[in-house]
Design a protein around this ligand. Structure first.
Ligand code: ADP
Length: 394
């Protein structure tokens, strides 16, 4: 286990703190997103220091400098920050008050605590996007009990989508309920929930931008995200939607990034419903919907996140091929480890394989495969074949 040797001196609030020539980015979290950010940092001579809860997390296994600690312990976060120019994160499970406390200590938290809140708290996000910014979002209401869900259903119909206010991911913390009884069972699991109208989905897309503190902003082409059981399984770039709708999605993402003062990557998940856009969720960090950018765009989301949080010039976002497909590699039902099947996937010409070094469990995201091709169908065929060769269920 290595720890950074020299500590930086504190700079003024909001300014990156420079230790000298080597830039150091602290990442709270050490999962696959931190691992792929570390990989991008290596090429730029930037050092990544991760706050990991255990030494076998994906970014640590990939050689990122590591501090062991908890994202819920302020002093662990402060120790990470003391070794770095800026602090960012690869997940949302950090108490907002801790991020605010770091800011009060003059630490450059990127994105800032107030902006990060929009990804941590789904009710806050809905109020901000829908009520304050007036953007299209599904009808929603906080609900305390099954009676409140039933009242919501009177206005918006069954089924109702219940969402945990905090802490959900990959469909965990999201439940579609058809009766007050089902609602009761979900609410009984504890925590705060909001009800959302169940929207008929034509398809789901994501609009991604990168923004720097000095206000530079770049937009990636809009990507289609294909979900199964609440988990993103496949990306198709560019999304097969009318150009005007893609422009509208990009404009929404730009507006949200500006209004939040986002820094680094902002991913905006959107529903296309009856040909119209509704904002679903925000991520203010690299996101699954941007994995295609590693090979598929001129600058990956991971590199642009680093550039953004460090206030460096942002990289170009143009597509490198007419069509890019990414298929997530999910743990096979037989519990097998995709790493044992690597040769079969590498035998698929054109497949770019990424495995995250995570212990295999059925249904767990363990990697992804990207393919670039002349047509969307050809790119998908390659990526799906290689993911299947790794044992990922279709
Ligand atoms: P997570 O935090 O797990 O990503 P999301 O809010 O993105 O949760 O929901 C996961 C998936 O559930 C979405 O991608 C979409 O397929 C479905 N979903 C979520 N909200 C709604 C809704 N209001 N109407 C219809 N489907 C929904």
């Amino acid at each position: 286990m290595s720890t950074p040797g020299t500590l930086t001196t504190p700079g003024s609030a909001g300014e990156p703190r420079r230790a000298g020539t080597v830039l150091r980015v602290g990442i709270v979290g050490a999962g696959q997103l931190a691992r792929m950010t570390h990989r991008a940092a290596i090429d730029l001579g930037i050092e990544v220091v991760v706050l990991a809860t255990s030494a076998d997390e994906p970014a640590v296994a990939a050689g990122a400098t590591c501090r062991l600690g908890s994202p819920e312990v302020l002093e662990d976060l402060a120790a990470l920050a003391a070794a770095c120019d800026v602090v960012t994160f690869d997940h949302e499970r950090i108490p907002t008050e801790h991020l605010e406390a770091l800011e009060r200590r003059g630490i450059a938290v990127r994105p800032a605590a107030q902006a990060a809140l929009a990804a941590q708290d789904k009710l806050h996000a809905r109020r901000l996007l829908g009520d304050e910014l007036g953007l299209p979002v599904p009808a929603f209401a906080p609900v305390e009990d099954a009676a409140a869900v039933a009242r919501f259903a009177l206005r918006h119909g069954w089924p109702v989508v219940l969402k945990a206010r905090r802490g959900g991911y990959d469909g965990r913390g999201v439940a579609m309920v058809h009766t007050p009884g089902e609602a009761e069972a979900v609410l009984a699991t504890g925590g705060e929930w909001l009800a959302e109208a169940c929207v008929p989905l034509d398809l789901e897309v994501a609009a991604m931008v990168a923004r720097s503190p000095s206000g530079e902003l770049v937009s990636y082409p809009v990507v289609e995200t294909v979900q199964a059981a609440g988990m993103c399984r496949e990306l198709r770039a560019p999304a097969a939607i009318p150009p005007a709708l893609a422009e509208e999605a990009q404009a929404l993402a730009r507006l949200i990034a500006e209004r939040l003062g986002a820094t680094g990557i902002l991913a905006v998940e959107l529903f296309v419903s009856d040909g119209r856009l509704l904002v679903n969720e925000l991520a203010l960090r690299p996101h699954n919907s941007g994995h295609w950018t590693i090979e598929g765009a001129a600058t990956s989301q991971f590199e642009n996140h680093l550039r953004g949080v460090l206030d460096l010039p942002l990289g170009e976002t143009t597509l490198r091929a007419p069509a890019v497909a990414t298929v997530n590699v999910v743990g096979p039902r037989d519990g097998g480890d995709p790493r044992a099947r690597l040769a079969a996937a590498l035998a698929v010409p054109g497949a770019q394989v990424h495995l995250y070094g995570k212990a295999a469990r059925p249904g767990r995201k363990l990697g992804h495969v990207t393919a670039l091709a002349g047509t969307a169908g050809a790119a998908r065929e390659i990526a799906q074949r290689a993911a299947g060769a790794l044992g990922s269920p279709a």
